[in-house]
Design a protein around this ligand. Structure first.
Ligand code: PLP
Length: 425
């Protein structure tokens, strides 16, 4: 299909005049929407409303008879570990349920490694001359902010349709012992919706790394966040690492932030017995027990995996039409001639869009002027630097159906205008 840049000057002028007119009409409506972050909508939060009344007075006993009002049980409730083991793909004995944020657990693991070195390190990471992390791009900005904060050099690797470019990854980790870690969102990646293939997972588990203490930070944030009826499963990274003779390589994280309440959910960490022991020793210095009352409350709402999937189906029914509304607006304005390419994810919280080179920042600026705040261009790249200035992250979940229809129209018009402006220069 013809791209907008392939049009001749006459056609381009015509397209430009028309899109300018449409954009100005949209701008004149004076709307104000914020789509910067992938937040659940109020109707989604309402699905877990009962949590506010749970576990209820008198309900403080765990399944093993522990009194959750008191100290005890550093690994979390047995029933919570059982439930979360489904999200992290580990047996409950290798699953720790701790705190309210998976990002906080990633942060802890990283900072403890910097201060002390992990269970395979020869030195604390902070005492190494330089340390680096591989960052599949586009990726999750909070991961990149965290590594940047601690002076860890970020090395972008491209994220293909089936996961990171493994030829590139294998070569880098085999040669460079300063590469200590890699950020991975293996299923319904933020923001591309990528699902890592079995072959990519196998290669990540079995590749030779120059650093003996290399770790995969396996962020399973969207493990059960399907957008289709098919509950897609991927190969189990912990099993793959174990079979490849690298049992300590993978650190798996998940939470119920986008199942129940962000910030009011429960988080989990799973890994080898050695890693878990090491991590428990370290977190044992900063707190005595996790919030088991919150775990109890979650278990009352989600007693088993079936209840979890039923809740996620209800989430899907709310958000899937919003994704469809964005696709419809993009189909209307960004095809024929082709203006941009975007993903149609099977799960997760985002649509990832690529404009021609040098148009993303301008599109965000135009959208802002028309009343739609988007994720800043470049946010999905280390140091906020998208070398092509072509990537945009769209977060359809938070706005109401009516709002998302309008906002998607505004975004599509802004992208079309930005690309047409660029084509005329
Ligand atoms: N990881 C990814 C990939 C995310 O997209 C998010 C939230 O957007 C998080 C982690 C945050 O998780 P938590 O709320 O458990 O810290």
């Amino acid at each position: 299909m013809t791209t907008l840049q392939q049009l001749n000057n006459f056609e381009l002028d015509k397209v430009h005049r028309k899109i300018n007119e449409e954009y100005n009409k949209f701008k004149a409506m004076g709307i104000q929407f914020n789509m910067a972050r992938g937040k659940p909508a109020p109707e989604q939060l309402a699905l877990a409303e009962q949590l506010l009344n749970l576990p209820g007075s008198g309900n403080y006993m765990a399944s093993d008879g522990a009194d959750c009002r008191n100290y005890g049980g550093e690994r979390g409730l047995p029933e919570a570990r059982e439930l979360m083991s489904a999200l992290v793909g580990a047996p409950p004995e290798n699953t720790l349920v701790e705190g309210n944020s998976s990002l906080a657990l990633m942060h802890d693991y990283l900072v403890f490694s910097l201060l002390r070195g992990n269970s395979d390190s020869l030195l604390p990471w902070s005492q190494e001359e330089k340390i680096r992390f591989l960052c599949p791009v586009p990726g999750y900005d909070y991961h990149f902010n965290m590594t940047e904060e601690y002076g860890i050099e970020m090395c972008p690797v491209s994220l293909d349709a089936d996961g990171p470019d493994m030829d590139q990854v294998e070569e880098l980790v085999a040669e460079d012992s300063s590469i200590k870690g890699m950020w991975c969102v293996p299923k319904y990646s933020n923001p591309t919706g990528t699902i890592y293939s079995d072959s990519v997972i196998k290669r990540l588990a079995s590749m030779t790394t120059a650093a003996p203490d290399f770790r995969l930070f396996w962020d399973n944030a969207y493990a059960v966040h399907h957008l289709t009826e098919k509950r897609i499963t991927i190969a189990n990274i912990l099993d793959a690492c174990e079979s490849a003779g690298h049992p300590n390589r993978a650190l798996v994280f998940a939470s119920t932030s986008k199942v129940t309440f962000p910030g009011g959910g429960i988080a989990a960490f799973a890994s080898s017995t050695d890693n878990l022991q090491w991590f428990l020793e370290k977190i044992g210095k900063r707190s005595i027990v996790p919030d088991r009352i919150n775990q109890l409350r979650h278990m009352a709402l989600l007693p088993d995996e079936q209840a979890l999937h039923a809740l996620m189906d209800a989430h899907r029914q709310i958000i899937d039409p919003k994704f469809e509304a964005v696709h419809a607006a993009f189909d209307r304005w960004l095809t024929d001639p082709t203006v941009a390419n975007w993903t149609r994810p099977k799960g997760g919280y985002f649509i990832s869009l690529h404009t021609p080179k040098g148009c993303a920042r301008r599109a965000v600026e135009l959208a802002e002027k028309a009343g739609v705040t988007m994720t800043p261009a470049g946010a999905a790249f280390p140091y906020g630097n998208d070398p092509e200035d072509s990537h945009l992250r769209i977060a359809p979940t938070f706005l109401s159906m009516e709002e998302i229809e309008q906002a998607a129209e505004g975004i599509a018009l802004s992208i079309r205008l930005a690309v047409s402006e660029k084509a005329r220069t």
